[in-house]
Write a protein that binds this ligand. Structure first.
Ligand code: PLP
Length: 369
C-alpha cells in the first residue's frame, strides 16, 4: 500500500501537521466514511460544517454531474442561470435583497468588509473601522486575520491591515466603548464556533442591533457556520429576532462544493460597477449545486431536523456527563454542539473515538459504486 503519510510529509506544506488524523479517507455515504483499508467511521466532523446533507447525497451528486455536463464555468461577463436561481432563492427565503457570490468563507467576509468600507465612504463620512469580537474566527486572509479576535493568529503576520478592532464578546458595553466616528460596522458570529461554541446571552445580539441602528452603522453577521440550517433555523439570525444588514455564508451552502456568499439589505448594497468581482465566484457549477442543496434544505425543512437531532444528541451527551465527571459542560444549539472537558483530554478522546468500531458500524461494508 502507498504510504500517503510519508508523501504528505515530504511534499505538502506543514500547515495541517497538528490537525491531520492518521486516516486516509477514500469514500463517504450519508453519515459514514471509509478509509483506504475499508474501515468504517461515523463522521461527526462533516468536513468542518460543510457536508450538511451527508456524503454522496443524490441531490448534491445529481446537480454536480448534470451541471458539469452542461457548463462548468464561463465568467461573470455573461449571465448564467444557476447563479441567478440561487440568488433569487436566497433572497426570497431571507430578509435580504441582494447577493454576491464568492468561493469561500474568508472571501465572503472580505467582501462584506469591503462593502462596509464603501458604505462608510459614501454614507458615514469615510468611516472604515469594523468592530469584531475576541474569540471570533473570520478567515485567513490578512484582513480577516486582523478581524479574527485571536492573538495567536495575529503575531506570525504583523503588520496586519488596520481598521479592525477586537473587543470582548458578549459585552455590549465593549462595543459601545469602541464605537467612534470612524466605525462603519460591527461584525460578529451569533455563536463563536471555532473557539468552542461560545453562546452569548440571549439578548446580546438584540442589543448590538439596537446600538448599530442608533449609531447608523452596519451589523454584519458571519453566518458561515451558523447558517444553512445548522442552529435549527435556515439562518441563525431568525432565531434571535433581529435583522442584520449583511450576512455571510459559505461552508454548507453548496453541500461540499466550494462557495461563499454575501447577502445584504438594499440600503447597504452600495457596490457599483467595478467595485468588487471575481473569476470563479458565482460560477454555474458551484451555484447549480448550491441551488439544488438549498432548495432541498428549504423544501424538506432540514433545519427542523437539525433542531430535533441536535436535541437528541445533547440529551445523550447530558446523560454521558452524569456518568463522566471529566465532562464539565455540554452546550450548543441545533447541531452546533460542544463538550467541554475538565482537563486537556480532547486529543485522547478523539484518538479513542477513531479506534472504536461499534458492531453496528462494522457491519457497513464500503459501498463499491
Ligand atoms: C470557516 C469559517 C470561516 C472561514 O471560511 P473559509 O471557507 O475557511 O475561508 C469564517 N468564519 C466562520 C465563522 C467560519 O466558521
Amino acid at each position: 500500500m502507498t504510504d500517503w503519510f510519508e508523501i504528505e510529509k515530504t511534499y505538502y506544506m506543514r500547515t495541517f501537521e497538528k490537525v491531520r488524523l492518521p486516516v486516509v479517507l477514500v469514500k463517504g455515504k450519508g453519515a459514514m466514511v471509509w478509509d483506504e483499508k475499508g474501515k468504517p467511521y461515523l463522521d461527526f466532523v462533516g468536513g468542518w460544517a460543510v457536508n450538511c446533507l451527508g456524503h454522496a447525497h443524490p441531490v448534491v451528486v445529481g446537480a454536480l454531474v448534470a451541471q458539469a455536463k452542461k457548463l462548468i464555468h464561463t465568467s461573470n461577463q455573461f449571465y448564467t442561470i444557476p447563479q441567478l436561481q440561487l440568488a433569487e432563492l436566497l433572497v426570497k427565503n431571507s430578509c435580504f435583497n441582494r447577493v454576491f457570490f464568492a468561493n469561500s468563507g474568508l472571501e465572503a467576509n472580505e467582501g462584506a468588509a469591503k462593502l462596509a468600507r464603501r458604505y462608510g465612504k459614501l454614507k458615514l463620512n469615510g468611516a472604515y473601522e469594523v468592530i469584531t469580537a475576541l474569540g471570533s474566527f473570520h478567515g485567513r486572509s490578512l484582513a480577516m486575520t486582523a478581524a479574527t479576535g485571536q492573538e495567536s493568529f495575529h503575531t506570525p503576520y504583523t503588520p496586519l491591515p488596520e481598521g479592525f478592532i477586537n473587543v470582548k464578546y458578549n459585552d455590549i458595553e465593549a462595543i459601545k466603548a469602541a464605537t467612534t466616528e470612524k466605525t462603519a460596522a460591527v461584525m460578529l458570529e451569533l455563536i463563536e464556533a471555532e473557539t468552542g461554541v461560545n453562546i452569548p446571552a440571549e439578548d446580546y445580539i438584540k442589543k448590538v442591533r439596537q446600538w448599530c441602528t442608533e449609531k447608523g452603522i452596519l451589523l454584519i453577521l458571519d453566518e458561515i457556520q451558523t447558517g444553512i440550517g445548522r442552529l435549527g433555523s435556515l439562518f441563525g439570525y431568525q432565531l434571535y429576532g433581529v435583522e442584520p444588514d449583511i450576512i455571510t455564508l459559505a461552508k454548507g451552502l453548496a453541500g461540499g462544493v466550494p462557495i461563499g456568499a454575501i447577502l445584504a439589505k438594499e440600503s447597504c448594497s452600495v457596490f457599483v460597477a467595478g467595485d468588487h468581482g471575481g473569476t470563479f465566484g458565482g460560477n454555474p457549477l458551484a451555484c447549480a449545486v448550491g441551488y439544488a442543496t438549498m432548495k432541498y434544505i428549504i423544501e424538506k425543512n432540514i433545519a427542523a431536523a437539525a433542531d430535533r437531532i441536535g436535541r437528541y444528541l445533547m440529551d445523550r451527551l447530558y446523560q454521558l456527563k452524569q456518568k463522566q465527571p471529566i465532562i464539565t459542560e455540554v452546550r450548543g444549539r441545533g447541531l452546533l454542539v460542544a463538550v467541554e472537558f475538565r482537563t486537556e483530554v480532547g486529543q485522547e478522546v478523539l484518538m479513542s473515538c477513531l479506534e472504536m468500531v461499534y458492531s453496528s458500524i462494522r457491519s457497513n461494508p464500503m459501498p463499491s459504486a
